[in-house]
Design a protein around this ligand. Structure first.
Ligand code: IPE
Ligand code: IPE
Ligand code: MG
Length: 237
C-alpha cells in the first residue's frame, strides 16, 4: 500500500525540439527523454510523491510519421524490459493507462510483464500513459455507468484514476493536449520551458516547491496552513 497520496502528472514534452537543436534525429530526443524519465522516477520517489503519471504517447501521436511511431514503440518495449526489474527492486509499481489494442505485440507483452513483476511495489506508483486520450477515457467510463447511478463518486470509480495535485508540462507549451482532463479539475498547473530530455531532480524539486506555496481552495475558503502538505522540499536541495 502506497503511503503518500500526492499525485504528480507530467506532460513530457520537448523531445523533438531537443534533438532538432542538436541536429539529431527526433528519435535521439526520445531516447534522451527515456533517460529523463528514469531520473525523474527515482527523484519522485525520493521527494515523497505517491503517484506519478507521465504522458508517454497520446492517442493523437499516431498521426506522426510511421518511422517515429515505430521508434517510440520499440523504445517503450526496451524501456519496460530494462526497467521492470529495477522498478521492482525499488518498490515502484508500474502500470500503463490507455488503449492496449493498437500497441504492437512486443510492447504489449512487455507492458503485461512489467505490470506483473512490479504489482506489489509500495513506494511509488508510476503510471505510463500510452495511446492515451482523456476524452476517450471519459467516454469509456460513462459507458460503464448506469444512468441511475451516475454521480461524481461513481463516475470517478469507473474512471479509476486519482485526482492530480500537481500537473507539470515541460517544453514551454501551455495546454493539456487531452491529458487527465477530469483528474486535473483542481490540479495546480506548472509550465516550464525546460525541454523534457533536460529535466532533472532540481527541476522536479523546483516544481514541488512552487506547489507547496500555492493556496488550494477547491472552491471554498483559504485552507489553514496545517492542511497544506509539507514535503520538506527545497529547490536545489
Ligand atoms: C514529447 O516530445 C514526446 C511525444 C509526444 C511522444 P515531442 O516529440 O512532442 O517533442 P516536440 O514537442 O516536437 O519538441
Ligand atoms: C503531448 O505532447 C503528448 C505527449 C507528451 C506524449 P504533443 O507534443 O503530442 O502535444 P501537442 O501536439 O503539442 O499539443
Ligand atoms: Mg510536443
Amino acid at each position: 500500500m502506497i503511503q503518500s497520496t500526492l499525485h504528480v502528472a507530467i506532460i513530457m514534452d520537448g523531445n523533438g525540439r531537443w534533438a532538432e537543436r542538436r541536429g539529431l534525429p527526433r528519435l535521439a530526443g526520445h531516447r534522451s527523454g527515456e533517460r529523463a524519465l528514469r531520473r525523474t522516477t527515482v527523484a519522485a520517489a525520493r521527494c515523497g510523491v505517491g503517484t506519478l503519471t507521465v504522458y508517454a504517447f497520446s492517442a493523437d501521436n499516431w498521426k506522426r510519421p510511421a518511422s517515429e511511431v515505430r521508434g517510440l514503440m520499440m523504445l517503450l518495449e526496451t524501456h519496460l524490459a530494462k526497467e521492470a526489474a529495477e522498478c521492482r527492486a525499488n518498490g515502484v509499481r508500474l502500470s500503463v493507462i490507455g488503449r492496449r489494442d493498437r500497441i504492437p505485440e512486443g510492447a504489449r507483452l512487455a507492458i503485461q510483464e512489467a505490470e506483473r513483476l512490479t504489482q506489489h511495489g509500495s513506494q511509488l506508483h508510476l503510471r505510463l500513459a500510452v495511446d492515451y486520450s482523456s476524452r476517450d477515457a471519459l467516454v469509456a467510463a460513462s459507458g460503464k455507468c448506469l444512468a441511475s447511478d451516475v454521480d461524481r463518486g461513481a463516475f470517478a470509480a469507473h474512471l479509476d484514476s486519482p485526482d492530480v495535485d500537481l500537473l507539470i508540462r515541460t517544453g514551454g507549451e501551455k495546454r493539456l493536449s487531452d491529458f487527465l482532463l477530469w483528474e486535473c479539475a483542481y490540479a495546480e498547473l506548472y509550465f516550464t520551458p525546460v525541454l523534457w530530455p533536460d529535466f532533472n531532480e532540481d527541476d522536479l524539486r523546483a516544481a514541488l516547491s512552487d506547489f507547496q506555496k500555492r493556496q488550494r481552495r477547491f472552491g471554498g475558503l483559504p485552507e489553514t496552513s496545517d492542511s497544506v502538505p509539507h514535503l520538506g522540499i527545497r529547490a536545489g536541495a
